[in-house]
Design a protein around this ligand. Sequence first.
Ligand code: HAM
Length: 436
Amino acid sequence: MSSPLFQSPKGTRDILPDEHLYFSFIKKVVRHRCRQAGYRRISTPVFEQLEVFQRGLGDTTDVVEKEMFVFESKSGKKLALRPENTAGVVRAYVEHGMQQLPKPVELYYIEPFFRYSRPQAGRYRQFHQFGFEVLGEGDAAIDAQVIYLAYKINQDLGVADRLNLQINTIGSTEDRVKFKEDLLNYYTGKERSLCEDCKRRKDKNPLRLLDCKEEDCRILASLAPKFSDVMGAESKEHFARLLEYLDELKVPYQKNPYLVRGLDYYSHTVFEFWSKKDGAQNATGGGGRYDGLVELMGGAPTPAVGYAAGMERLIDYMKEADIKPPNKDQVHVFVAQLGLVAKKKSLPLLSQLRERGINTVGAVGKDSIKAQMTLADRMKAEYALILGEVEVREGTIILRNMAKGSQQTIPYEDIVEKMVKLLGENKLESKKMWEE
Ligand code: HAM
């Protein structure tokens, strides 16, 4: 086969109908679980002023330094496609005075994001996250509930057993200032053993050195001062409480003192879900507390915690676990017709069946019965209704069970009720379903 004239841009993917079944299923689970817990949905623009991310995520983070799609508006304003949503949601929270709302303010989102990273398995330049942010409460019980919600969703999707919850505390901002000094002292004189990235990061953000995946850097990191040595009592208390709450909720976790996350806004709790098989490589999601971010973005000091998961990665693990999302696209009925009178009569029939929530397809552009029945087969329709000139004259219609190959003749006026009964009324999504 010759290669097509055009292809989707590097690192992006088309979501074809079969793949959409997974996305729809995840969205449904997320909406359901979030509503149950009192969250409300928010959407922010796919691009923001560049400074929202520079300030929010931190200038020296990989995401801001290397992975953003930055562009200029015609008037010369620097803008960036959003690489994540916490900074944008906090910008919106401050802009719309949401601190006036009853606390905590609980928000969720399901959106596309953009990172200019090197494409590889599970890493795309356009990808989808769902996530949630809880603003206005500093209690460790809120962290526990955010983690529990993430865990519950993993369970609903059938992937919880394939993932390991990694959890750590990176302390308060003051703790980190002290820790950074200790790290700087430790790494000074050892620069030659560091990778190029770490050499560059050492002075600006030595915490990131603990997170490096390079062999030599990892060895050095394992011998570096431990954060627990400088951590204040308040942070220790917060973390201890959180672990107690997780125990109470029976959420399994692994304490990981090396987990620091790649974004600067975090304080206290940080966590990620790692694959039991691939480790940190393809984390399905992560989050943590970001008590300083609202203030950094121009709002009043506001404690906050959140989480986001990568939908493409979750889908990979769902496929690995052989989880099949429900197929709402299933064609229930195929209407075949022969002759002009029958074709005319089939048009309102298609509409009546659809009004009752029956997924109905009719190949009204085709005239040969054989071609229509082949199509019904290929579409995996459960039933076919066949209307020819004889049936129109006699006021009947032929009902064919496609799997069994059996058929019967039914009075035309009974057919809609008959189909509703056969397909099971409560399985069908009536036209009113969006009002429920
Ligand atoms: P993050 O760890 O950068 O956190 O991203 C969360 C998840 O998004 C990752 O665990 C991964 O599954 C998915 N992801 C990230 N980059 C890519 C990519 N290039 N291709 C495919 N999937 C990707 C955040 O974004 C934070 N905003 C989470 C958060 C919310 N923290 C507090 N509130």
